[in-house]
Design a binder for this molecule. Structure first.
Ligand code: NIG
Ligand code: FE
Length: 478
């Protein structure tokens, strides 16, 4: 009897395999010469895996007489592997649109300027914030919002950094208080709609962090929400416990570390063992004023001993020696790295610890972007992520690739490899994801353009450019 398959995508102008020899990652030279088949087809079986990929005429004669549940004629279109987003914070309540708006609302500037002067004259920030909030609260829903907003604008106008916003009670702390009081259903609704937007932009595998709870119950709530999304949506999810995303208000770093080590991690370990939770990675925000190198080491090591992959925030705002620590612990990935040293880069290259670069963060915080070229030249495995979070609200890997090219001087093939095979490596999934090779999962993006590079070149509007998104051979968007 004739064999049957779930999906045949035929006659695509280009099929970008990314790699073809089972590579688990690519470094600079391999990234510059991606494997591409001109006029190609892809065949996906009922198990959701790729059964054949290559020149259209060969596949046609090889599978003559076979039955296909679905055939897509991709003439004039291009096929790439499903995109992999290696770093997101998508579970939260309470947006931070005010933090952004204050950068553009000129009418507030003159009011706030005076208070910034007070601030510089050492008049307490909280007093200054309270006063400004009274002036501006009529524009806002609640006095609390006004307070948070004004603390942010005061410090931003004073040329403050992300950490000063954080210390003034904005940033992560704002999101933590909203996430703690949200119900599980509210968080799940928010997560599902964000993941759907990501899928619509071509992401088929995404890393999702907890980290807006900073105490056991809310961290568990976030991890359960991630698990529910995994069971209710086709997108692939790699779940990360990030209980060390900030030191909760009212605690010291030592107390927070102790709580994670003695309370949170043991409970999570039990729930993983009983099958209640699936957690893949452990993360810590290793930063001056957040978790120092010692605490980071303790927490990551404990996570590793539980079988989690190490994938953490390091060397973002200050050089912390995070890269050395990650290399020493056998971390799979370190994110950010805006401030990594040359030695740190060399250590990561030796240890095959991938660098997850996040161009949205540098863009939104006006930081100098991570030194992608130096990392590539040193042989580091460079991956990309959106860093989707209430500070950097970007669901789109095509946008991230565009920013990587413009801000970090990556080539378009490098950006695509960093968003497919290398991002899959950062999540320990490059044996199943990240390239179009026989036996891998049938996750594809079909682009309505004569060359795949249009996806990077055209910024914004990729809803029109992406014709189909396919996960395990099922069309999830068209
Ligand atoms: O990766 N740097 C720390 N964490 C996030 C930001 C989280 C937030 O601001 O809510 C990041 O950029
Ligand atoms: Fe992050």
């Amino acid at each position: 009897s004739a064999s049957s398959f779930r999906l045949l995508v035929k006659n695509a102008t280009q099929v970008v395999l990314v790699c073809r020899n089972g590579e688990k990652y690519l470094t600079r030279d391999g990234m510059q010469t991606l494997a591409v088949v001109e006029n190609g087809s892809v065949l996906i079986g009922h198990d959701g895996l790729i059964k054949a990929v290559g020149p259209a005429d060969i596949i046609e004669s090889q599978f003559k007489g076979a039955k296909f549940d679905n055939v897509l004629d991709a003439s004039g279109m291009c096929v790439i592997p499903g995109l992999v987003d290696a770093h997101t914070h998508p579970v939260w309540a309470g947006d931070r649109v005010h933090e952004f708006a204050m950068k553009v609302l000129l009418s507030f500037y003159s009011i706030c300027f005076n208070y910034c002067i007070l601030y510089y004259m050492n008049i307490s920030l909280s007093l200054c914030v309270r006063e400004v909030s009274i002036l501006t609260s009529k524009h806002l829903n609640t006095n609390n919002e006004a307070l948070s907003l004004c603390s942010v604008v005061c410090v931003q106008l004073a040329g403050a950094t992300y950490m000063e916003v954080h210390e003034a009670g904005g940033g992560i702390h704002f999101t933590v208080s909203h996430t703690r009081s949200a119900t599980e259903q509210q968080l799940l609704d928010g997560l599902q709609s964000r993941l759907e937007r990501m899928m619509r932009a071509g992401t088929t595998l995404v890393e999702c962090k907890s980290g807006y709870g900073l105490e056991l119950d809310t961290e568990l709530k976030m991890l359960r929400v991630i698990n529910s999304a995994r069971n209710s949506l086709p997108i692939g999810i790699s779940a990360t416990y990030c209980g060390a995303h900030a030191v909760p208000k009212g605690k010291t770093m030592e107390e927070a570390t102790q709580d994670i080590m003695a309370v949170q991690l043991p409970k999570i370990k039990m729930q993983i063992a009983s099958g209640e939770l699936q957690v893949d990675n452990i993360d810590v925000f290793c930063e001056k004023g957040v978790f120092d190198l010692n605490s980071t080491h303790c927490i990551l090591k404990a996570g590793k001993d539980m079988g989690l992959n190490i994938n953490f925030h390091g060397d973002e705002l200050h050089p912390m020696n995070s890269a050395h620590l990650g290399a020493e612990l056998g971390a799979l990935a370190i994110s950010h790295l805006e401030e990594v040293t040359d030695d740190g880069i060399a250590a990561m290259a030796r240890a095959k610890t991938s660098a997850v670069l996040l161009p949205t963060t540098a863009y939104i915080l006006r930081l100098s972007p991570p030194r992608a070229r130096d990392m590539l030249d040193a042989g580091v495995i460079v991956a990309l992520g959106s860093d989707f979070n209430p500070n950097a609200y970007c669901c789109s890997m095509p946008m991230v690739m565009h920013l990587a090219c413009v801000l970090m001087k990556m080539s378009m093939p490098e950006a695509l490899a960093a968003s497919t095979i290398n991002a899959a490596y950062a999540l320990n999934r490059s044996h199943t994801h990240g390239s179009l090779e026989i036996g891998k999962q049938g996750d594809l993006v079909i682009i309505n353009a004569p060359r795949w590079e249009h996806l990077v070149y055209q910024f914004g509007g990729h809803q029109e450019l992406i014709r189909y998104v396919i996960i395990k051979g099922e069309v999830v968007y068209e």
